[in-house]
Design a protein around this ligand. Sequence first.
Ligand SMILES: NC(=O)C1=CN([C@@H]2O[C@H](COP(=O)(O)OP(=O)(O)OC[C@H]3O[C@@H](n4cnc5c(N)ncnc54)[C@H](OP(=O)(O)O)[C@@H]3O)[C@@H](O)[C@H]2O)C=CC1
Ligand SMILES: O=C(O)[C@@H]1CCC=N1
Length: 274
Amino acid sequence: MSQKKNIGIIGGGNMGQAMLSGFLQQGITANTLFVADHSANTCTQLNRNFGIYSATDNASIADKADILIVAVKPQQMRSVLERIAPCIVENKLLISIAAGITSMQIFTWLNKPNASIIRAMPNTPALIGEGITALYATPTVSEAQQQEAQVLLSCLGKILWIKKEEQMDTVTALSGSGPAYFFYMMEGLITAGIQLGLSQQDATELTLQTALGSIKMAVAQTNDLKTLREKVTSKGGTTERGIQTLTQGNFLNLLENTIAQASQRAKELSQEFN
Ligand SMILES: NC(=O)C1=CN([C@@H]2O[C@H](COP(=O)(O)OP(=O)(O)OC[C@H]3O[C@@H](n4cnc5c(N)ncnc54)[C@H](OP(=O)(O)O)[C@@H]3O)[C@@H](O)[C@H]2O)C=CC1
Ligand SMILES: O=C(O)[C@@H]1CCC=N1
């Protein structure tokens, strides 16, 4: 990515900082990164920890940025966008990562039907360059801007372009929220191991390395997931009993319902904060 482009981020919280880390690790220079956060304390910390310029005034950061990432909570999106609207001049690319908030709402709040808007859904593994970011470009975004967004957000891991905006809610439920489901499952496995007599340290090491090895095998795609599972599951053995227990507990239905509910929540966020 051309180092001449200034990257602005509004909202220096969990995801704003994960993105910032990913950008810096991939060699985007600190003097092209600008962050706004309404907390002066957060600004001081960002400046100290990342060596980037930060300010409490959103408009000043929006002005400096060629590419502006809005990373505040959905409930803050409307007031933030209405206030920075005068800064969203022609050729500035605005990337929203807010769950649920539609491009139609963004255009309306900016009152700029020709603004260049991309919706992005990253996830927190962006912090170590192992995220995946789904992207949806509105028709006002040029090919060159799509390319810029792709190059920039590739610093955070993989990229997946989505053609239909309505799919963003499912994407949010699956990959945006997804790391939390995996962390939750690992927490549960560790707890179970401890309850059955392992030390915290041993249960943690066994769980984390098993997760890592399984993910690496899944990603290598030498076999499909079902085959990989079946290779572990000896007839009449331990895994079979474990999987039976998951099946009896409607594990797959539970997962389907989890994604459906998270996706539904994205739709509600859009309506609640309209
Ligand atoms: N966390 C995640 O894994 C992911 C989050 N997202 C999306 O990213 C967005 C941010 O989420 P997340 O980082 O978790 O939230 P955080 O609350 O951690 O970050 C938001 C930051 O913005 C600050 N802020 C609040 N109001 C303003 C304002 N008016 N102007 C400037 N800064 C403000 C907050 O300060 P304060 O805390 O003081 O309110 C906070 O530091 C959300 O829209 C979410 O849907 C998308 C993908 C993944
Ligand atoms: O929980 C949330 O609403 C945000 C969006 C995806 C991950 N975190």
